[in-house]
Design a protein around this ligand. Structure first.
Ligand SMILES: [Fe+2]
Ligand SMILES: [Fe+2]
Length: 263
């Protein structure tokens, strides 16, 4: 909040994340990555479309990217066919493009915690949604989504989605990397992942993150789909899990790259 003559003044310098353009690529049979690079943040924002009898979009991107993401979704399916929009924790890059909900048959999917903490209790906010507890599943046609509650990675309401048919795991902000790299990474970027976590301060502590990384490793995913950076295939994934187990990366006084004096 800025103050002017003792009165609060609305800030006009807020940054509204957007990308100059978005690209789409089919990463695995029927699973698409829609990605736009936001140069002010130095990271890509990725959304994932799982095509099936009932197609699912996993996170929407912030509202500033809505038109570009919508354009790419429509290259694969008509918008009216979109059945599910899932967000994995309550943040604008997860769920800012709420306009996807204007698509007439769409259902909003989230964790039970997101439902109880973030989607109810507001004035004039549409609250129709379906929420899931740990290990509950949803059939979308040939595929099945399994919902994993992953609290405190990095938010209280965090969940992840495992698409069981293709063994794809959608991890939101876990295993993210900065920069503009290939859609599927063929090199080890885990060091830059750890550096990003330290600079941005998204995890309060390592423990829940490590527990989740180990749980995901036991699922033996074929492909990992983080929200920022490249997808990680099964040959590279153990290196990222190892980096989470072996390094410290919890908040130590830096937020979005800025130091905060907290002593
Ligand atoms: Fe997040
Ligand atoms: Fe994110």
């Amino acid at each position: 909040m800025l103050w002017h003559d003792g009165m609060p003044e609305v800030r006009k310098d807020f940054f509204f994340p957007t990308a100059e353009h978005a690209e789409i690529m089919e990463i695995q049979d029927g699973i698409y990555r829609i990605s736009g690079f936001v140069k002010e943040y130095g990271i890509s924002f990725n959304q994932f479309l799982i095509d099936d009898e009932q197609p699912t979009l996993i996170h929407t991107g912030p509202i500033g990217m809505y038109n570009k993401v919508e354009e790419k979704v429509k290259e694969v399916i008509p918008l009216e066919k979109l059945a599910n929009v899932a967000f994995l924790h309550f943040e604008s890059d997860e769920y800012g493009g709420m306009a996807f909900l204007k698509s007439k048959n769409v259902r909003l999917l989230c964790s039970d915690l997101s439902s109880k903490l973030n989607l109810t209790g507001w004035m004039n906010v549409p609250s129709d949604h379906i929420s899931f507890w740990d290990n509950e599943t949803l059939k979308t046609g040939k595929r099945q989504l399994r919902f994993l509650m992953t609290p405190h990675v990095h938010h209280w309401d965090s969940m992840m989605i495992f698409e069981e048919t293709s063994k794809s795991i959608f991890t939101s902000d876990l295993f993210i990397q900065p920069g503009m790299n290939k859609p599927v990474v063929s090199e080890d970027l885990s060091e830059s992942m750890i550096g990003l976590y330290k600079a941005v301060g998204i995890f309060a502590s390592e423990k829940p993150v490590r527990q989740t990384a180990q749980r995901l490793a036991k699922l033996s995913p074929e492909m990992v789909f983080p929200m920022h950076g490249s997808c990680i295939d099964k040959s590279m994934f153990p290196k990222y899990v190892r980096a989470i187990m072996d390094n410290e990366f919890a908040f130590e006084g830096k937020l979005l790259g800025q130091s905060l004096e907290i002593s």
